[in-house]
Write a protein that binds this ligand. Structure first.
Ligand SMILES: *Cc1c(COP(=O)(O)O)cnc(C)c1O
Length: 413
């Protein structure tokens, strides 16, 4: 049974009825399940049992301190893309020595901070960045441990906005240039080649693109070792998909089989960077109906969550299932569920069959644990939602609802 389920017609997170949370902290509110987070982390760990590996949870999927802390206690490392994320990892009790740092635009300051804190690995994305990292290393009298993120030119067969492994993508260095760059880096005193990295995209639902990319990258790893580079880590990136509606992504076991088959014989310690797969289905966004608005063309349901709170539908035309918190009997009508933001793209669910809600009814946008709150903004001067973490029959606020005074902090009138 899913940790989010209806019991006697009322949607629960584990043993907590969601109306109790909405009444206590208001809406919109993100609600996460400790059991779901733990179960997913352990499923991936078990799938890679017996293989030298480290899970580096991708912080940008959901960077709440309580979630980072939970993963740190479960033994996770972290995958970061900014100095701010490194600060969060440390604040939550995570270890820089189990953290890898990707991104095409790391600043020298961010590099220096991470290096002096003992970062495990810089995933470098360009020749100029490699030189900048070398300069930082020499200045600090250290060799910065790095992997090149290579671009295997494989179509991840996902939405083009979350595809990162094609030649035309801004990410990684061209596959063909990697050997020469490692050779060049060997002469640089501020660098130490320690691994090889790739990440071809997100919400991957098929194993074929993973297999194609990882086979190429594993071959390159073996070539580099044969050329005398003392690599230890093969970072296979993240990207494992989840079910939002009717997708059938690989299970953790199938995913592990694909990764292990493709990388067999490298002898590398695998670094895994799952984000969405660990948190996506472990969270929902609770919202309340404000108004119904039947027009000649459509029936709109206006809710108190908007695209600033959950950006994925506006940004990627993403689908989130919508569940009534209290089930209602009746016949389905087709509705557009929209938020209060003054933008035509502020449609959270389009043309959905739904028993026509009443004012004040609660709904939950499902599968909102990944790239929900971490992408939320204050557009239209809307304070960001509260976040709640459920554990069994208990729950607690893990981020207070933003206050309006927070909105102009640092501004000068
Ligand atoms: C975003 C990102 C991930 C995580 O992707 P998911 O699809 O959430 O698993 C992993 N690695 C890198 C480098 C990323 O940018």
């Amino acid at each position: 049974m899913s940790v989010f389920h209806h019991r006697k017609g009322v949607l629960h997170a584990e043993q907590v009825p969601l109306p109790a949370i909405a009444d206590a902290v208001g809406t919109p509110t993100y609600v996460y399940s400790t059991a779901a987070l733990t179960e997913r982390f352990q499923a991936v760990t078990e799938a890679f049992q017996g293989q030298k590996h480290l899970i580096c949870y991708s912080v940008k999927a959901n960077s709440n301190l309580a979630i980072l802390g939970l993963f740190a206690r479960l033994g996770s490392g972290f995958d970061i893309v900014s100095g701010g994320e490194l600060a969060r990892v440390k604040q939550a009790g995570g270890e820089p020595g189990r953290t890898v740092f990707a991104g095409v635009g790391k600043t020298p300051d961010e590099m220096a901070q991470a290096l002096s804190q003992g970062l495990l690995l810089f995933n470098v994305e360009s020749a100029e960045e490699l030189e900048a990292l070398d300069a930082v290393g020499r200045k600090l009298g250290r060799r910065a441990p790095f992997a090149l993120r290579v671009n295997p030119d494989v179509d991840a067969r996902t939405h083009r906005y979350i595809s990162t492994g094609l030649k035309t993508s801004k990410f990684g260095v061209p596959f063909e240039e990697a050997v020469a760059l490692y050779a060049k880096a060997k002469k640089m005193k501020g660098l130490q080649a320690l691994g090889l990295d790739c990440h071809i995209g997100s919400q991957l639902t098929r194993t074929a693109p993973m297999k194609a990319a990882l086979t190429k990258v594993a071959d390159l790893y073996v070539t580099l070792k044969a050329r005398g580079h003392a690599l230890e880590y093969l970072d296979v990136g993240g990207g494992l998909g989840i079910t939002y509606s009717d997708e059938t992504p690989p299970s953790p076991q199938e995913y592990a089989r694909t990764v292990l088959n493709a990388t067999e014989g490298t002898g590398a310690t695998l670094l895994l960077e799952p984000g969405r797969a660990l948190v996506g289905n472990a969270g929902v966004l609770l919202t309340r109906v404000l108004y119904r608005k039947p027009t000649e063309a459509r029936t709109f349901v206006v809710v108190d969550a908007g695209m600033n709170d959950l950006m994925r539908p506006a940004l990627y035309e993403a689908h989130h299932d919508l569940q009534p918190v209290v089930k209602r009997r009746g016949r389905d009508v087709e509705v557009d569920v929209v938020g209060p933001v003054c933008e035509s793209t502020d449609v959270l669910a389009r043309a959905r069959p739904l028993v026509l809600p009443r004012q004040d009814d609660l709904y939950a946008f499902m599968s909102a644990g990944a790239y929900g709150m971490s992408m939320a903004s204050t557009y239209n001067s809307r304070p960001r939602p509260a976040e709640v973490l459920v554990d069994g029959a208990a729950w607690r606020v893990v981020r207070e609802r933003e206050r309006v005074e927070d909105l102009w902090r640092g501004e000068r009138a």
